[in-house]
Each structure stands twice: as C-alpha cells, then as structure tokens.
Design a protein around this ligand. Structure first.
Ligand code: ATP
Ligand code: MG
Length: 573
C-alpha cells in the first residue's frame, strides 16, 4: 500500500479523525443533548436542477445523508427550482440517478416549486406586517442605492408605500400585469446594515418564463434567499448545511424565520470542495459542454459524477474520498491525487489483471518452434490480492502481439525486456528468446522471430532458466481490436479558478489520447455481459468498458494509472 497524499485540512476539523467528531457533528450532538427538535435530525440535499452534479456535490451528499444515517435521521432530496430559465427535467433525472448511484436513498422528494403558493402567502404576510415593499427601480438603480460595505445604502421613495398599495401591486405582479424587470418585491430590513445581504434584499422578481414543473402558472419567482430557508422550515429541516459563501446570508435566513414565525431550521456552513486541475462550477462545466471542449456532461475528464462514473470510479471510492477529506471551516484545494489514490486502492483489490497491447503498431512475434496451427488455453491468475485465487483461460498460439516499447534493437544496460538474442517470459506462458529481427524495405521492424522453451511453462517451469523480464502479450488470431482512451488532467494548471486567465485558455490540450489496442477476448466478453466491469490492464493501469463501444469495436477508458506518474512528470518539467 502506498501512502495517501496529504490533505490540507487541519486535524481538528477532520471528520472521523481519530474517531472524534467534526464540527457539524458537534453542533448536532449539542442540539440533541439540549433536546432541540425532540432530538430529531433531518437534513436535505438541495440541488438546483441547472446542470449535472459534480464531485463537490458528492461531498455535500455524503455529508447530509451521512449525518442523517449517523443520528437515525432523515434526508430530503429537494430541487431548488426557483429559476425557470436555467432549469430542466433532464437535470432532475440525472441528479436523482447520481444520488442513487452514490448509494443514498432520500426520505422525500420535494421541489421548491411545490411551495410557490405557500411562499407567496409568506410574502403577503410580510407585506401586511409592513416588512416588504414593491420597488419600481431598475436593477442598476437598486445596485447603485445599495451602497458599499463601508457606506450605507440609500432608501428610495418606494420604501414608503402603504401596505395596501404594496398588496395591490404585488397581486398585480402575480397576475402578470407588469413586464420582466419592471418591479421587484423587497424585504424591508435595514439599508444601513453593515451586512449587505440585509439591505432590503429582493424576494421576488418578475419572469414571464415557462417553468419545467409549474408551466405558465407563475410569472413571479422567489429569489434563493426567500425560497431556501422557507423551504427548510416547511420541511422541518433541523440542520441546513450549506457552503461558506452563505455564511453572510445567515442573518437574513434567521430574519425571515423570525418574522414569519416558522420552523427554526439551523443553517450551518462548511467549506466547498475544490479539486486541483479542474473547475467545480456548474456554469463553467456547462460552458465546456456547450462549446464542445468535452464530449458531454459525462465526458470521463469531467469532475461530474456522470463523468467520474464513466471514467470507472465506483461509488465506494467516492464515498471513501469524501470521508478522507472531511469537513472544513475554511476553503481549501484538495489534490486530485487523493481521489485517484482512493480508486486505485479499491481497484487493486477487486480487478482481474488482464493483458492488453496498447499500440498503434504492435510488434508481431512469431514463435518458430511452436507448431503451426497449435493452440492452447493457459490458466492465468486473475488477481494476486485475492484471498482465494481465481484463474481465467487465455488462448496462446504461435503468433503473439507485444508492445513496440517492450523491444529494443540496441538496448542500454539493465534493459530487461526483449532484444536480439535476449530472453523474457511471456506473462503466464513461456520463456522465449529473440532469434531474428525482420524489417521491411524502409528499415522498420515488422516481426520478431523467436523460439520458446517448452518446459518453461508458467506454473510448471522445469527449464532451470531464470529471466529478469516479464512482458504481456495477446495471441494474434484471438486478439480483439479495441480503442483505448487515455485521459490526463482536464486543465494544465493546478487551480484554474484562481487563475487570472480565462479558464478555457487553461485547458490541457493533451487531456485525451486515443490509441489502438489488442486485448484478450475473454475480457471483452466479461465486460459486455457486465459480469466484470473494471480491469487492470497489466502494466498499463485500470480500465473500464465505455458506452461508446460497438459490436465490432470495444472502447475502454483508463480510469487511472497504476502509479502516480503525474507528480514525477511535473518535476521533470
Ligand atoms: P455550482 O456553483 O457548481 O453551481 P451550487 O452551489 O450553485 O454549485 P447547487 O445545486 O445549488 O449548486 O448545490 C446543491 C448543494 O451542493 C448545496 O447545498 C451546495 O452548497 C452544495 N455544493 C455545491 N458545490 C459544492 C462543493 N464544491 N463542495 C461542497 N458542496 C457543494
Ligand atoms: Mg446554486
């Protein structure tokens, strides 16, 4: 086992570090001990259905569902669908699929849009209490009046409208009498508050847009701040976990709860997950998809759950990763090497070692003393890590492919692979010796003529000969031609989000390499039947069959290399 890359979180903030509680668990336990909510723990995962989930969401999912699990509570899946323009049922479906795939089942499936009537009534209540008003200012005027963190905002004439006037205008906003952007409903809090969020935040805006669930029923839609906390309260969510940027919204969250006298959900903030060499914003990921920088939301280079799944990651490896990074109170950047470590650890234990020759032009090796037309089925062990060893049948014949890199005509010292006059073991088969190199007119090597040692067969070797090198191979008449996709980091800089350059300029132009391969027939069958999905291609990395495979040509994605070659590459420059 190799050592996991270090994370930057401090120890006292780590979840499960030494069995101690993370800060959110501490809060929850204090609440339980104080008898709050009758000891009940109810969380929610509240995605906006405006894109596919990414690994950052996985952290939030693991946290919310994990907490409910730990304290025998419940978790709702709530779609925060208050912006009709950007939301779509395609995203709703993908989100549900991804949460389930990660291994979690929600207690209730809710939509903020289910609460539009209730939220509307809440808004009228605030108007009646003199705590909300209709403002005719333009977005620019509102921004200009808002002031700055050091300078108080200015109150405008609309702030003094009477309750009756406000009720009338708000009802007419709802009835569709006004155009988009011509009016908003604002909470009357405090234009001089040092917290900008409290300077009369907008509660409702006019949008004559079709909503994926409510259709054309509404032309006014609540803002995040007026929908989120109220939805939490309606569902009696006890602990509402969100990312740090909402910390400054918390006073407003509490203000609405207090003024409406509704269920007091408690908002707690934690640090977002950021990963090296990628971006973690749906908006940016969407741009990559729409502009064709990647093949789709599920491109295996994407940090989306769909992409990571297609890449060959398992739910357990992602949960393990989320567990290891823990919960922090300060934003940090996690080394993607840790994610890779988690999947490597798992696949090392679970995958069969199979042989695939990854080469546009593999070398044909002819074993001249192996009878013409003879074939045998060798028993090759699947995985030395297994408790009870299993084997598979691998066809062997007079001609095999090897990778060009496994042969050198003029080898340096300590080259343990094949060279003229040299010997290697063909993995799971025989020791062979290279007798002759055959070239074409252009001087390119097209074939190696070799001889084998019959008594050197793996498992029953009586040859008395020791060789240093073992190379993998695939029998030519049995080989299945495949396409193999080798992935590298999507971005060429560690933290694209913090870079002043435009993020699309930072894309790694070599993030995808497509190569031809020849693979063992049995692994293609196993992959197609679904009996075995992940493999270790010996000496090459971990791979999974891709959905782009056709009947003629299987396609494999490399999930991760066998070792972390990236750090070394970087040092070499
Ligand atoms: P993005 O900026 O990528 O669009 P978002 O926060 O707008 O993300 P939502 O769909 O609103 O996306 O997020 C659903 C939940 O997932 C929220 O509770 C949010 O705080 C959480 N979440 C989103 N991104 C991350 C992240 N990188 N790390 C941890 N939690 C996250
Ligand atoms: Mg959001």
């Amino acid at each position: 086992m190799t050592e996991a890359p270090k994370e930057s979180n401090e120890r006292d903030e780590r979840s499960n570090a030494g069995g101690s509680l993370n800060f959110i668990e501490q809060i929850v336990e204090e609440d339980i001990a104080a008898g709050k909510n009758g000891g009940r723990v109810h969380t929610r995962f509240p995605p906006e259905p405006n894109g596919y989930l990414h690994i950052g969401h996985a952290k939030s999912i693991c946290l919310n569902f994990g907490l409910a699990d730990k304290y025998s509570g419940q978790t709702n899946l709530r779609f925060d669908d208050t912006n009709p323009v950007t939301e779509d049922t395609e995203y709703v479906d993908s989100i549900k699929n991804d949460v389930r795939w990660l291994g979690f089942e929600w207690e209730n499936e809710y939509y903020a849009s289910d609460y539009f009537d209730q939220l509307y009534r809440f808004a009228e209540t605030l108007i009646q209490k003199g705590l909300a008003y209709v403002d005719d200012s333009t977005a620019e005027e509102i921004a200009a009046q808002k002031g700055t963190p050091t300078e108080p905002g200015r109150m405008n004439q609309y702030r003094d409208r009477s309750v009756d006037q406000n009720l009338d205008l708000f009802r007419r906003m709802k009835a569709g009498e006004f155009s988009d952007g011509s009016k908003v409903l604002r909470a009357k809090v405090d234009m001089a508050s040092p917290n900008m969020q409290l300077r009369d935040p907008i509660m409702y805006r006019i949008k004559h847009a079709h909503h994926h669930r409510t259709g054309d029923t509404w032309c006014i839609y609540p803002m995040y701040d007026f929908a989120h906390g109220q939805s939490d309260a309606i569902e009696h969510i006890t602990h509402s976990l969100c990312t740090l940027e909402f910390e400054v919204h918390r006073p407003l969250y509490e203000w609405f709860i207090q003024q409406l006298d509704i269920f007091p959900s408690r908002q707690i903030e934690f640090a977002r997950l950021n990963l090296t060499y990628t971006v973690m914003s749906k908006r940016k990921l969407k741009q990559l998809v729409e502009e064709g920088h990647v093949s789709g939301w599920d491109d295996p280079r994407m940090p989306t759950i769909a992409g990571i799944r297609r890449r060959g990651y398992t739910p357990a490896s992602i949960r393990e990763f989320c567990d290891r990074i823990g919960i922090a109170k300060r934003d940090n950047l996690i080394d993607v090497g840790l994610l890779e470590f988690c999947i490597r650890e798992e696949l090392n234990k679970t995958t069969p070692r199979v042989m695939a020759v990854l080469d546009e032009k593999p070398l044909r090796l002819v074993i001249t003393n192996y009878e013409l037309g003879r074939e045998e089925e060798l028993n090759i062990e699947n995985n030395p890590e297994e408790e009870t060893m299993t084997y598979r049948r691998v066809p062997f014949s007079r001609e095999v492919y090897i990778e060009r890199d496994d042969f050198m005509e003029n080898p340096p010292k300590k080259f343990f692979r094949l060279f003229p006059g040299g010997m290697v073991r063909l993995k799971g088969a025989y020791i062979i010796k290279c007798d002759e190199v055959v070239k074409d007119n252009a001087g390119e090597i097209i074939e190696l003529r070799c001889s084998y040692i019959p008594e050197s067969r793996s498992g029953s070797d009586t040859s008395g000969i020791n060789v240093k090198g073992t190379i993998h191979w695939v029998s030519v008449p049995h080989a299945v031609e495949a396409e193999v996709r080798l992935y590298d980091r999507l971005f060429s800089v560690e933290n694209p989000a913090a870079d002043e350059r435009e993020f699309r300029e930072l894309l790694n132009p070599n993030s995808l390499e497509v190569v031809r391969a020849f693979v063992e027939p049995a692994l293609v069958e196993a992959a197609r039947s679904g009996s075995q999905t992940n493999f270790q291609f010996m000496r090459k990395g971990y791979f999974i069959l891709d959905s782009d495979s056709t009947a003629e040509r299987p396609v494999f994605n490399r999930t991760v290399t066998l070792k972390d070659g990236w750090a070394k590459e970087q040092k070499k420059g």
